[in-house]
Design a protein around this ligand. Structure first.
Ligand SMILES: [Zn+2]
Length: 146
């Protein structure tokens, strides 16, 4: 079956509207894990650059669950769309630049910024996620970035 350009665009926009929601499944997994581990956090710090997803004031740590498509991960989900490139390329590049600038501002304010990619959260076991979060919060070491 071949799809017209319009149909492909429509499909993509449906997919995007699913991805765009704030409480994405991988983010919920991370929040549940933090609860389970007893770490207190707040959500979407409105007073902070980029409104980071998860803020742990006690540890001075910010955890951001990054959607691979929107934030340009190097994985398969982070590839630039093939159609409508004049729209997507500048948009997605702007997202990346904004991420870098926000992370820099947060670090300058004294926060440790931990970025977790959605594909990675979905690929690991809950036990492994607990382990990563515990290590990142107690030892202040970053998540392995890939
Ligand atoms: Zn990814």
């Amino acid at each position: 079956m071949t799809r017209s350009k319009g149909e492909t665009a429509a499909l993509r926009s449906v997919m995007m509207s699913r991805i765009r929601s704030k409480d994405t499944k991988p983010e919920m997994l991370v929040r549940k894990a933090l609860h389970r581990l007893g770490f207190r956090f707040r959500l979407h710090g409105r007073d902070l650059p980029g409104r980071p997803d998860i803020v742990l004031p006690k540890y001075q740590v910010i955890i951001q669950v990054k959607g691979c498509f929107w934030h340009g991960h190097t994985c398969i989900d982070g590839r630039m769309p093939k159609s409508n490139r004049e729209y997507w390329v500048p948009k997605l590049l702007r997202n990346k630049e904004r991420d870098i600038s926000n992370d820099r501002k947060l670090r300058r304010m004294g926060w440790s910024v931990r970025n977790l990619w959605e594909c990675r959260i979905c690929a690991i076991s809950p036990e492994r996620l607990d382990e990563l979060l515990t290590r990142a919060l107690h030892n202040k070491c970053p998540f392995p970035e890939k």
